[in-house]
Structure formats: structure tokens, C-alpha cells
Design a binder for this molecule. Structure first.
Ligand code: ZN
Length: 81
């Protein structure tokens, strides 16, 4: 029973597509969003990445906004250049 290269490649591809949720330039970390290749905003609290619209929503949250300013001295999510 040897390993089949095609199977390995397929397995890696699946793992990569699952694992890029919340990663830089991967899927948005919001479960109900998960917009692909869009996660360019870093959340300093969860240490995950989000798409621009979710990040702006998080930043403007009535509880997040003052808490983030308190903890980090800036918005909860900041864009990665
Ligand atoms: Zn999103």
C-alpha cells in the first residue's frame, strides 16, 4: 500500500482551502461570511483576518469600538498593507 501522489495533492488542496479561513488573504473569519481571498483586515483581539465589510462592521460595533481604543489605542481591526 503506497501513497498515491494524486491523493496527496487532493488532500493538501482540501486542507489548504479549509485552513485559510481567518488567514491573511484567505477567507473572512466570520462564519456566516467566509468571503474567499478577501481577508485583509487584522483583528487585534481574535488575531484573525476579515474581509473589509466585516472588519468595518466590527470596528463600528458599539461595544467593540471603545473597548478596542482602550486595549489597543486604535480600532479593533486594521487593514494590512
Ligand atoms: Zn466578511
Amino acid at each position: 500500500m503506497g501513497l498515491d501522489k494524486n491523493d496527496l495533492f487532493f488532500e493538501n488542496a482540501v486542507i489548504t482551502s479549509i485552513d485559510d479561513k481567518g488567514e491573511l488573504n484567505g477567507k473572512c473569519n466570520i462564519t456566516s461570511c467566509q468571503k474567499p481571498n478577501s481577508a485583509t483586515w487584522y483583528n487585534h483581539s481574535t488575531q484573525k483576518y476579515y474581509c473589509p465589510s466585516c472588519a468595518k462592521r466590527l470596528n463600528n460595533d458599539i461595544f467593540n469600538k471603545p473597548a478596542a481604543l482602550d486595549m489597543f489605542g486604535h480600532d479593533l481591526c486594521t487593514v494590512v498593507k
